[in-house]
Design a protein around this ligand. Structure first.
Ligand SMILES: [Zn+2]
Ligand SMILES: [Zn+2]
Ligand SMILES: [Zn+2]
Length: 463
């Protein structure tokens, strides 16, 4: 277990009497030739450009993309996005890398599997950095203004980071965290670089001018002030009235734009967005708005990467004729409110989580696991009544809502479900293990607790 210290043109850590096992290299190629597989890297470089290019090589390589890479005396937004932060000493780097290494050992994917799947690479990277937020990087020179450098680096060539993210989102392996910006794209070429030009609302020419205007009360003419000027005074070009007193004979109208091409007078110019790439002249309404988000790994994503099961055994749990989780917690909330007023309106909630899917997966393989979960789901369906509601949340809890069910009856149902555990026994000496929790109103009610809070509170009891 070694730390590799890539000190390119600069070496400021004193490594003379460090008891941490390490190797120092002065170039990336030298490190590659050594064949060493360290538990982490420290990168230091005399130039930011070189430093960034080496950081990208390490993140791109299938051998090192998951490794912790710490920086010393390098900083900047892209460095932050692609690295694992800075360290102050070899020991600091070693200690941080060691924890990460233990988690990495849990992930037993072969390099060929990583080579095949961008999703797996991204998920594994995030799994080892559970609090990491995938942030967009803003750069004026980028055609779309924002990019996701981390996803770009982890993606295969020709793959679009936005597509990778939308795929991960669709599978609920990641969730959006913050809305960072809303960018407008050209409907023809998709670029986001525009020049906004004020134009004449009548002929669309941008050859317009802002001028002082006058309004003659006698005949109602509105025209640029210059057309009223005659000698020292002002005379209406239309009716020849002398204009001397503002407010009595004339005033200044709101119109103060004049189109030099078609002669139109107007108050407010229109605005056009000229695409700087394909030159299309867009009406602002035509631009395609796109939200820019930051993203984070979900528990479902964690499961997917632990098992390599990207298509999801858990989708089977959706076969319970579930209602959606929001609707479910809303219904619980509603029943709680009724029960608070009429204590005879009792009900129960049961939560179940299969606790060892990854282990069972490892023992019996994917196909048998799918069959096993499938048969388990059918049995649960037989156990519950048609009036009971079920839902399956993204963190893989099955909730069952049992109306008009008191504590003893709820225990009977839960007992029956837990009995199913023994029926899932496999020849390999392994079976599905359940964690469960139950709640009955009004017996277990906490006064004033909303449904959503209740569910998350009792879910914690299953941890
Ligand atoms: Zn015009
Ligand atoms: Zn006039
Ligand atoms: Zn364009």
């Amino acid at each position: 277990m070694k730390i590799v210290y890539l000190a390119i043109g600069k070496q400021t850590f004193d490594i003379g009497n460090s008891d941490i096992k390490h190797s120092v290299f002065c170039s990336y190629d030298e490190f590659v030739e050594s064949g060493i597989d360290p538990i982490g890297f420290i990168l230091e470089c005399d130039s930011d450009t070189n430093g960034l290019s080496i950081l990208k090589k390490l993140r791109k390589s299938l051998k090192t993309f998951l490794h912790p890479i710490f920086l010393h005396s390098l900083s900047g937004e892209e460095f932050e996005i692609l690295s694992d932060g800075t360290v102050v000493s070899l020991r600091d780097a070693f200690e941080k890398a060691e924890t990460r290494h233990q988690n990495a050992v849990e992930l037993k994917h072969e390099q060929v599997e990583y080579a095949e799947s961008t999703m797996l690479r991204v998920l594994a990277f995030l799994y080892l950095r559970i609090d990491r937020i995938v942030k967009p990087f803003q750069q004026w020179s980028n055609p779309y203004l924002y990019s996701y450098p981390l996803i770009d680096i982890l993606s295969s060539d020709n793959q679009d980071a936005l597509e990778v993210l939308s795929n991960l989102k669709k599978h609920r392996f990641v969730r959006t965290v913050d809305l960072i910006d809303r960018v407008h794209h050209c409907p023809r070429c998709n670029y986001s670089h525009f020049n906004f030009v004020e134009v004449c609302p009548s002929c669309r020419s941008f050859n317009i001018e802002q001028k002082p205007f006058l309004h003659c009360f006698a005949c109602g003419t509105v025209a640029p002030q210059e057309r009223f000027l005659q000698g020292n005074g002002m005379i209406c070009p239309q009716c020849n009235a002398q204009l001397r007193h503002i407010g009595a004979e004339y005033d200044r109208p709101l119109e103060n734009y004049n189109c030099n091409d078609c002669g139109h007078f107007f108050q407010e110019p229109d605005v056009m967005a000229h695409c700087q790439n394909c030159r299309k002249k867009n009406d602002p309404d035509e631009l395609v708005p796109r939200p820019v988000y930051s993203y984070q790994l979900t528990e479902r994503g964690q499961y997917a990467v632990r098992t390599g099961e990207l298509e999801g055994v858990y989708t089977l749990l959706d076969e319970l004729q579930n209602i959606n989780p929001v609707h479910f917690s809303y219904t619980v909330d509603w029943l709680l409110k009724i029960c608070a007023r009429h204590s005879e309106e009792l009900f129960s909630v049961i939560g179940i989580r299969i606790d060892n899917i990854p282990q069972v997966h490892k023992k019996i393989g994917r196909y048998r696991l799918v069959e096993l979960v499938d048969s388990y789901i059918s049995r649960i369906r037989e156990t519950i009544r048609s009036s009971d509601l079920t839902t399956h949340t993204s963190n893989d809890v099955i909730w069952i809502l049992l109306p008009k069910t008191n504590t003893p009856n709820c225990e009977v149902v839960l007992g029956r479900i837990l009995d199913l555990e023994s029926l899932t026994q496999q020849d390999e000496g392994i079976h599905l293990e359940f964690k469960s929790v139950s709640f009955t109103a009004p017996d277990d009610m906490v006064q004033g607790e909303p449904g959503e809070q209740l569910l998350s509170r009792i879910e914690e009891e299953m941890e």
